[in-house]
Design a protein around this ligand. Structure first.
Ligand code: FES
Length: 150
């Protein structure tokens, strides 16, 4: 990804704040096929993700829990991004998103709105916040119950 201009950075912050203040797909999903909790041992925050599948397609995904602005916004953006995707596509997004925020690989994938969180790569302690809900989603899709970002 090319360097982010100040203007773009401000826009990214606006999107993050909006999803923090008005999280999408927030609350318990009932019925759900699987749930999993992500736990950040650095701060004790937890996010629970609920998934309902229609065959191999993520029909609905919601989350609940209290976290910081980054973890809440990331969870909200995640639910929007994976809804309607197949299990495999959702897993691919998880990997691409993790690469984006850890900066471990130059991601060629177009992550759309998720790219607003790319800035966390400069703040290692915030990376765990950004991937918290994604780890829970990964567990829910694989039917494991609790996962720590450690
Ligand atoms: Fe706890 Fe971000 S500070 S998840």
């Amino acid at each position: 990804m090319s360097p982010v201009s100040d203007e773009l950075r401000a826009l990214y912050q606006e999107v993050i704040l909006d999803h923090y203040k008005r999280p999408r797909n927030f609350g318990e999903l009932d019925p759900a096929d699987s749930t999993a909790e992500g736990y950040n041992p650095l701060c004790g925050d937890q996010i629970k993700v609920f998934v309902r599948m229609d065959g191999e397609v993520v029909e609905a995904v919601q989350f609940e829990g209290a976290g910081c602005a980054i973890s809440t916004a990331s969870a909200s953006l995640m639910t929007e991004a994976v809804k309607g995707k197949t299990r495999a596509e959702a897993e691919d997004l998880f990997k691409s998103f993790r690469d984006l925020v850890t900066g471990s690989e130059a991601s060629e994938a177009d992550l759309g709105k998720l790219e607003v969180l790319a800035g966390v790569r400069d703040y290692p302690i915030r990376i765990k916040c950004a991937v918290l809900a994604w780890h829970a989603l990964h567990s829910a899709l694989g039917s494991r119950d609790t996962i720590s970002t450690e």
